[in-house]
Design a protein. Structure first.
Length: 92
């Protein structure tokens, strides 16, 4: 009985399989690390956009408050009030 194929198969299982699994695990860890970095970058970008939208919304709300005040305040001259508010508005 020839033990050559048995020894070769046993060697491949004992040595080859752990090597292949080790390489595969390393590749998976690298891929996972890359995905984590991509997620962090996306989160930072999303947070920046949210801050921009919040600032824009705040500016719009301020303008609406001014318009509401102008529309409901009947005792002031409208054109003078508009000009005064233009002078007060911060430049962005």
């Amino acid at each position: 009985m020839d033990k050559g194929p048995f020894v070769l198969g046993f060697f491949m299982i004992v040595v080859g399989l752990p090597v292949i699994l080790g390489i595969g695990a390393d590749m998976f860890r690298r891929w996972l690390k890359h995905k984590e970095k991509m997620a962090e970058a996306l989160n930072a970008q999303t947070a920046e956009k949210a801050a921009q939208y919040a600032a824009h919304t705040e500016r719009l709300e301020q303008r609406v408050r001014v318009l509401e005040r102008i529309a409901t305040d009947k005792g002031l001259d409208l054109s003078d009030e508009i000009e005064r508010l233009r002078d007060e508005r911060p430049v962005n």
